[in-house]
Design a protein around this ligand. Sequence first.
Ligand SMILES: Cc1cc2nc3c(=O)[nH]c(=O)nc-3n(C[C@H](O)[C@H](O)[C@H](O)COP(=O)(O)OP(=O)(O)OC[C@H]3O[C@@H](n4cnc5c(N)ncnc54)[C@H](O)[C@@H]3O)c2cc1C
Length: 382
Amino acid sequence: MNTQPAFAILGGGIAGLTTAIALQRIGIRATLFEAAPDVKPVGAGLALAANAIQAFQRLGMADRVIASGRQLDAFSILDEWGKAITRSDSRAISQRYGVNNFAIHRAELHRVLLESIDSDIVQTGKRAVRIVQEPDSVTIFFDDETSYQTPYLLVADGIHSLIRQQLVPKSVPRYAGYTCWRAVVRQPGSILHEATETWGSRGRVGIVPLANEQVYWFACVNAPAQHKPMRQLTPYDLADRFKHYHAPIPELLAQTPGENLLWNDIIDLKPLSRYAFGRVLLLGDAAHATTPNMGQGACQAIEDAVVLADELARGQLVEEAFAGFERRRLARTHYITTTSRRIGQVAQITNPLFTMLRNGLFRRLPDRINERQLEQLYQVNF
Ligand SMILES: Cc1cc2nc3c(=O)[nH]c(=O)nc-3n(C[C@H](O)[C@H](O)[C@H](O)COP(=O)(O)OP(=O)(O)OC[C@H]3O[C@@H](n4cnc5c(N)ncnc54)[C@H](O)[C@@H]3O)c2cc1C
């Protein structure tokens, strides 16, 4: 059984990797255990809002992330005919904070993260199944029947975290009521410059331009959980479902190679009342998984890493640092999970009368309401 170094991280997703980088910067070496045989991303594109870019600035790696993605100056919500419902231009706010919203291919983000850590700290093929916490250590048990003893454990193994469910048995993921397909494809004939979401009677479709003339799209449809007919839909079926939506939605869906299509139900976690459990700390989706409606899940995981390193750098006891992390992260992550779930409920309205009422109401909302929400996201308590 090994006992060094002082921290072990479970999970090599965005939370685990960014945490390893943040600890490395303050001179703490951790061992990272990943269940999969390789550390690689699952997913398509990712919107990284300005708060995540601010966090990467704190880690000294914003330039490398920005060089691999694409800045997003505006985000519009459209109706199915392509008419604007709302439009938020983030340039004015971004000038104030010196950073802007941004989009990146997940594979690119993972590459940049992996290049920023010492590769010998990562152990793959290590699925943790349970932990035992003693007064002066934590023992992790893996499904290959090995174990590892560490003074402190950072749990970043995602929304289905077995260790969180051991600590908080009631914390099982909850279904949001809609299912989602996504893919990255080449830009369609007309080059797209802005991110859009189209809300309509057949569901919701988002389009986010990425670097290298690629575009990330997602489509969300109301359905029962794990609905078999949904699982079987092909890009062609989706193009048919959204054939009345404005251009370039139908052509974008139809041109998607079947092997690029990812499908999953949208789930989140009911906000937890704590993230710190003595020598064990929950981070990222393991702590506060949110629906993707605000594009904030990964952004919050990246913020977590910076706040944790900040608390640890103060030289206090590690348990106090974990408690400090919890104090600084609970309210913000709860706000995002709750607001994002509500946005999803509104965005997924498909009854034609209610969609008309909703769109009319949103069109009358003053721009400053959108701007206030953006500002709330940009103001991070690092
Ligand atoms: C459709 C969709 C769109 C999204 N869009 C955005 C967006 O635009 N912007 C944004 O900020 N966020 C977005 N998110 C959220 C974002 O993907 C997540 O918040 C983020 O990936 C969480 O990272 P994580 O490292 O906490 O968890 P994960 O990415 O789930 O990583 C967990 C890692 O732990 C490993 N693991 C699991 N179990 C174990 C175990 N027992 N032992 C060891 N290792 C284990 C896994 O293999 C994985 O590598 C989206 C999510 C979805 C579903």
